[in-house]
Design a protein around this ligand. Structure first.
Ligand code: PLZ
Length: 452
């Protein structure tokens, strides 16, 4: 068992419950929160966090949780990764902010160089930096519209792209993301996703693409489409991996039609799926790539990277923001990317898949409530259904997830129907911890699935 040194105290890489969950200090904070924080913002865990390192999160009562969520695919490099902590500390001491639009600095340029190098394709690229995934996606749409002179944006069933006004329109699911918040931005058109578990059996990726393209051509018109925007593996929508051939067929259609193909790699990017970007699994080269989350080890940063002729089509001053590419976040990103390279975290993601997939498949065999096991690398999920059917079982999904929390394992749910249990461990989590977390998951299923 390794202990990670993070400042004045170490965080043992172990699961350890020393109080009930939530403990007394967490309950106290929950009461203060209820009186001070709007109930419109929810939290998955019933405990409040005091420290975290590597693959472990410690709460204010001293309970240690194994993390299978990474703060929604953010701390891929591990909590408080030593290289990231050191880079952030050095940058904070040097300067925290000038605004890149006022006084530029090297960190921003260096992150752009990395993104231009790492994103798929060896064409000439340019990058702009922002604060959040939603902001990167919004700016992708702005760039595509200026570059094409067209306005329509095509998105997919089950898509998630953010909570701002434009990205709410791009996001599919009503509750909790959109309900009551309209009217939404116009010129957004939704077409069917390739969802192998729920599509007609045997439907190929090419057939699913043809289904979407037919709608685009008849209902929007190819010549009106500025962009086709897609998550190569859907995140909040339930880790839906499209059938092979779907993404290549869509990119090919975009090339032919003069539309911009935008990959939203906010959740899938930065080694999460065992590649720097999920588009690589099918040799897809997007015109624009939106990134965030895993890019900066927990500091808020987002990127938009793409073909130089598209990114430079926008007038100077057309893109920006006060904090976009903040120097502390850029320092964190450079250290994160260096660590991912040095520690081969793509290999680590594939090793996590090799450990987890057989266990999840065994769970499917054993319990009869797992309709589908899917994902790539360290982005894996099970879709829960009533035995013998494909009817979503959101209640069971929540019960299993909460049972994991009570036993010291952080799990997250997802999916249009709320019936997907998803796993996004920090890529540095030890194999021993991963195995222990899977044992806890097994027990949670045994306790709750039997009654179905
Ligand atoms: N695109 C593919 O996954 C964020 C959202 C959690 P921001 N996903 C987590 C929630 O309920 O708000 C996400 C994503 C994809 C865009 C976004 C948006 O990224 O950094 O949250 O704006």
């Amino acid at each position: 068992m390794t202990d990670l040194l993070t400042g004045p105290r170490t965080v043992a890489q172990e699961r350890r419950l020393v109080t009930e969950v939530p403990g007394p200090r967490s309950r106290e904070l929950a009461a203060r929160r209820a009186a001070a924080v709007t109930s419109a913002v929810g939290s998955v865990l019933p405990v409040y966090v005091e420290r975290a390192a590597g693959g472990v999160v410690v709460d204010v009562d001293g309970n240690s949780f194994l993390d299978l969520g990474s703060g929604i695919a953010v701390t891929s490099v591990g909590h408080a990764a030593p290289e990231v902590v050191a880079a952030v500390q050095a940058q904070v001491a040097a300067f925290t902010h000038t605004c890149f639009m006022v006084g530029p600095y090297e960190g921003y340029v260096a992150v752009a160089e990395e993104l231009d190098r790492l994103t798929p394709g060896d064409h000439e690229k340019r990058t702009a930096l922002f604060n959040s995934g939603a902001e990167a996606v919004e700016n992708a749409v702005k760039v595509a519209r200026v570059a094409t002179g067209r306005s329509a944006v095509v998105v997919f069933d089950h898509a998630y792209h953010g909570r701002t006004n434009l990205t709410m329109a791009l996001t599919a699911k009503n509750k909790p993301y959109k309900h009551g918040f309209g009217p939404f931005a116009g010129e957004v058109y939704r077409v069917p996703m390739s969802y192998p578990y729920r599509d007609e059996p045997g439907m190929t990726g090419e057939q699913a693409a043809a289904r979407a393209i037919s709608l685009i051509e008849t209902q929007i018109g190819a010549e009106n489409v500025a962009a086709v925007l897609i998550e190569p593996v859907q995140g909040e929508g339930g880790f839906v991996v499209p059938a092979p051939g779907f993404l290549p067929a869509l990119t090919e259609w975009c090339r032919r039609s003069g539309a911009v193909f935008i990959a939203d790699e906010v959740q899938t990017g930065f080694c999460r799926t065992g590649a720097w970007f999920a588009a690589e699994h099918e040799q897809v080269v997007p015109d624009l790539v939106a990134t965030a989350k895993g890019i900066a080890g927990g500091l808020p940063l987002a990127g938009l990277t793409g073909r130089a002729e598209l990114m430079d089509a926008v007038h100077t001053g057309g893109l920006g923001g006060t904090y976009g590419g903040n120097p502390v976040a850029c320092a964190a990103a450079l250290a994160t990317i260096r660590t991912m390279r040095d520690q081969d975290l793509n290999g680590a993601a594939r090793a996590i898949e090799a450990t987890m997939l057989p266990r999840l498949r065994a769970l499917q065999e054993r319990t009869g409530v797992v309709g589908d096991v899917r994902g790539r690398g360290a982005m894996l999920a099970v879709e829960l259904v009533r035995p013998g059917t494909n009817e979503p079982d959101a209640a069971l999904t929540n019960a299993v997830s909460r049972a994991c929390h009570a036993e010291g394992v952080i799990t997250l749910t997802a999916g249009t129907f709320g019936n997907v249990l998803r796993f996004l461990p920090p890529l540095v989590i030890g194999q021993d911890l991963l195995t222990e977390a899977l044992d806890v998951l097994d027990a949670a299923f045994d306790a709750h699935a039997a009654a179905r």
